[in-house]
Design a protein around this ligand. Structure first.
Ligand code: GLN
Length: 555
């Protein structure tokens, strides 16, 4: 195969032994090192659960819902893909669940598309899976397909059968199977155990898939002896048994994999002659992380603080801000309930405060108190989505004197609904047709990338270095435009607006650094480029730490 002929090759990544081994990160890093060899990459996640998409799943269960450019609510692994691979543009055809596959097959059956056939898992479900994979692959040189769950799960069988068939249909030169396993270290006997890996590969082979590459997760680098043993028992070449030992830094993993030749093994099998890998940017990231000039403490005040996966993109974006300002960012996760019970003392020594997105009212007053503290103390504040809405509520209550101001999400009977559903506050004769129609369809969520205009000279515009930007959304409630005049008079600046005049950014002129956005900037941050808003925020936190932050910023 030659490059550019647009015969996409496939790398399938399965997992064994246990879940949570970091299959998403492994897939993303493999994408990164293949991309570093000059290939274009597309990435797909197949999820064996029955939900049609993860949009309705609790972050407690499944971690963050990642929103793609086109507004699809997807698995958080798609966030890893976008952070590691520039050519992978996730979207509607990058994440398929069992529910979505069945929904489509049943839809076809109802329409009579199967011409009277008995509709079965094989071939109808497996054909649908294969078509979905082809759709998601696009015209990339290589499509990486991660199969969620663990080999041996009942739910994942149709997916594994589909990728087995693709191997037969496309041949060994166009399909590579990678299997991720765990090689545990038993401390009581000081032994490294290869048996679970052997069993997992046996399971995979029993359904007809012989892995070409094993990626073995372990605490320490895998000694040669164990590598040999695994190779022997699994029928995988010794060189293709890769040791993915625990890394203290996520961004070292592409380098670790490249050192063991993983990209070359894939390239060889696919018959690709490629230029040397250019991993300079990844080296620079690791270098920057290892040599920070200063530490900052940033508080994140939210609702799911015991499950950090629910804010994974935000945590990463803050770290990216640190990489690009040579700052080590220590994030302190604080339950907003704690602020309600114990006050804001825990925020005293922070250099920056973030209130992230959220749904449901638990801890809402704690978040409002947090904003008040950030505003009064002059500590840099970044509000995201709900974090912007609480900033508006706080300003309404404490600057504009609107007692009891609230979002109708949390208090439908509030005397001052400064945040509400657009249908609750917008003049019905206005041009609300599109959104009203959406809400009738039940699709009330504003989702995906939309253009935003930033006010000239605003802190947001200065941070972005531009007055026209595009960012992703995932929310239902909007700032009530009927209160905009009153809030502006009270000192709040609406410095970013959507094309249909909805509030996108608020700032507090006079505060050293206070920006809150209705959109989610964290979804477009990646370690190599950083994100303008996070770089600016961490820069301000750094100046706060170094005592260089002015008392008042220019408006
Ligand atoms: N619950 C709020 C809304 O729906 C905020 C959502 C969010 O923070 N993602 O508008």
């Amino acid at each position: 195969m030659t490059l550019g002929s647009h015969m996409t090759s496939y790398v399938f990544i399965t997992g064994g032994v246990v879940s949570s081994l970091g299959k998403g990160i492994t897939s993303a890093c493999l994408g990164a090192i293949l991309e570093a060899r000059g290939l274009t990459i597309s990435m797909i996640k197949l999820d064996p659960y029955i939900n049609v998409d993860p949009g309705t799943m609790s972050p407690f269960q499944h971690g963050e819902v990642f929103v793609t450019h086109d507004g699809t609510e997807t698995d958080l692994d798609l966030g890893h893909y976008e952070r590691f691979v520039r050519t992978a543009h996730g979207g509607r055809n990058s994440n398929f669940t069992t529910g979505r596959i069945y929904e489509s097959v049943i839809g076809k059956e109802r329409r009579g598309d199967y011409l009277g056939a008995t509709v079965q898992v094989i071939p109808h479900i497996t054909d649908e899976i294969k078509q979905s994979i082809e759709l998601g692959a696009g015209d990339a040189d290589i499509c990486l397909v991660e199969i969620g769950g663990t080999v041996g799960d009942i739910e994942s069988l149709p997916f594994l059968e589909a990728i087995r068939q693709m191997g037969v249909e496309l041949g060994h030169e166009r399909v590579v199977y990678v299997h991720l396993t765990l090689v545990p270290f038993i401390s009581t006997s000081s032994e490294i155990k290869t048996k679970p890996t052997q069993h997992s590969v046996k399971e995979l082979r029993s359904i007809g898939i012989q892995p070409d590459i094993l990626v073995c997760r372990s605490e320490q680098p895998l000694p040669d002896e164990q590598r040999r043993k695994i190779a022997l028992f699994t029928n995988v070449r010794e060189k293709a048994v890769i040791s993915a030992y625990d890394a203290d830094d996520l961004y070292k993993i592409p380098l670790m994999m490249h050192e063991q030749g993983l990209d070359e093994i894939v390239a060889r099998q696919l018959g690709l002659e490629l230029p040397e890998a250019d991993l300079g940017e990844w080296q620079a990231i690791v270098e920057a992380k290892q040599n920070p000039q200063v530490d900052v403490d940033v508080a994140m005040v939210g609702k799911y603080m015991d499950l950090k996966d629910s804010y994974i993109s935000l945590v990463e974006a803050l770290q990216h801000g640190g990489i690009h300002t040579r700052t080590r960012v220590n994030i302190h996760f604080i339950e907003s309930r704690d602020i309600e019970e114990n006050g804001v003392d825990c925020l005293q020594n922070m250099d920056g405060i973030v209130v992230p997105g959220g749904f449901g009212d638990r801890g809402i007053e704690g978040k409002i108190e947090t904003v008040r503290f950030a505003r009064e103390s002059g500590i840099p504040y970044l509000g995201i989505c709900l974090g912007m809405q609480v900033a508006v509520i706080e300003a309404a209550r404490n600057l504009a004197g609107l007692k009891g101001a609230m979002s109708t999400e949390f208090d439908p009977g509030t005397p001052h609904p400064v945040v509400g559903l657009i249908t609750e506050w917008q003049d019905q004769t206005g041009d609300t047709e599109q959104r009203d129609e959406d809400s009738e369809l039940g699709g009330t969520m504003r989702l995906g990338a939309q253009p935003i205009t930033l006010a000239d000279g605003s802190l947001a515009a200065r941070s972005y270095g531009s007055t026209s930007i595009e960012e992703r959304h995932r929310h239902r409630y909007e700032v009530n435009n009927n209160y905009r005049k009153q809030l502006t008079d009270a000192g709040l600046r609406f410095s970013g607006l959507s094309i249909d005049d909805l509030v996108e950014v608020v700032e507090l002129p006079g505060h050293p650094w206070f920006v809150a956005s209705q959109f989610h900037p964290e979804f477009t941050s990646n370690p190599r480029d950083g994100h303008p808003l996070f770089k600016s925020f961490i820069g301000a936190a750094r100046r706060h730490r170094e005592g260089e932050l002015p008392e008042a910023a220019e408006a």
